[in-house]
Design a binder for this molecule. Structure first.
Ligand code: 15L
Length: 265
């Protein structure tokens, strides 16, 4: 991997990854619809709207691998999800294939499977159970990735990311927290491991309260260093400030499940 493109480079995860991947690959290109507030003078940045295929073609040109974080990263109205995460994601994979990009790491989300109950431990082979239009778009992205891998030989890794941050934010995040350095490990497996064709991994650290069986990632050498348990006290103190959420507290996707919920009709 000589030249790697990061889409969604201005977002929270993109900003962290740009810094952590600096020097790992000889050339990092960053892209986003808006210029990152922390852009350094020595960074290669190209603005692009992923919903516009011609713009996507330009940013993928000459690239060996892509970390696709771009799109709308929370629940939103359908027109927004449609443009950013459905059209945008399709454009990214199609342009990558046409430009002979070798690998794509796709930032999927825990919200693709958010309606699994918390007491159920799930692996990567479960049926998707999205908890939001956003979650539906992430399930779509995984399907598009599988399609380009199986039909066209693009090497694709989908990361069902939990919550990336310096520490778990509350009780739910104690189960799904992902330390940024552990995300780097997963991204590097996706971009470099010789055996990758199409894989799904959970983007989670070594959390004692995990809801996910991440043995597939471990098979590829993933050794997470973060442990949510080390932050239990502060996470539970934050949890105590939150109102009870009778629906969200039952399911893995939390508030994404209770938002707009009327499933008991
Ligand atoms: C996500 O997929 C979102 O991008 C992020 O903003 C968080 O909401 C995260 O999930 C989460 O579940 O905590």
């Amino acid at each position: 991997m000589k030249k790697v493109l990061i889409t969604g480079a201005a977002g929270n995860v993109g900003m962290r990854l740009r810094k952590l991947l600096k020097g790992v690959y000889p050339h990092l290109r960053a892209s986003d619809i808006k210029t990152p507030s922390d852009l350094a003078v020595d960074e290669d940045f190209a603005a692009a709207d992923l919903a516009d295929y011609a713009q996507v073609e330009k940013i993928v040109a000459g690239v060996d691998g892509i970390v696709h974080l771009g799109g709308y990263s929370i629940e939103g109205p359908w027109p927004t999800i449609l443009n950013s995460n459905i059209v945008g994601c399709y454009n990214l994979f199609e342009a990558a294939y046409r430009a002979e990009v070798k690998r794509v790491v796709f930032a999927s989300s825990n919200h693709a499977v958010g309606f699994y109950p918390r007491e159920k431990k799930i692996g990567v082979d479960v049926t998707v159970r999205p908890d939001s239009r956003y979650g539906v778009s992430k399930a779509f992205g995984e399907a598009v990735g599988a399609f380009y891998a199986d039909k066209h030989g693009l090497r694709v890794t989908c990361l069902r990311i939990g919550n990336v941050g310096d520490a778990p934010l509350d009780k739910r995040r104690m189960s799904i927290w992902l330390k940024p350095e552990d995300l780097v490990q997963l991204v590097r497996i996706g971009l470099e491991h010789p055996d990758i064709r199409f894989e799904v991994f959970y983007g989670a650290s070594d959390n004692e309260a995990a809801w996910w069986d991440n043995s597939n990632a471990r098979r590829y050498g993933y050794k997470p260093q973060g442990r949510a348990e080390d932050f239990r006290e502060q996470a539970m103190a934050e949890q105590a400030k939150l109102p009870p959420d009778p629906v969200g507290d039952r399911f893995q996707g939390g508030p994404f499940c209770s938002d707009e919920y009327d499933g008991n009709r």
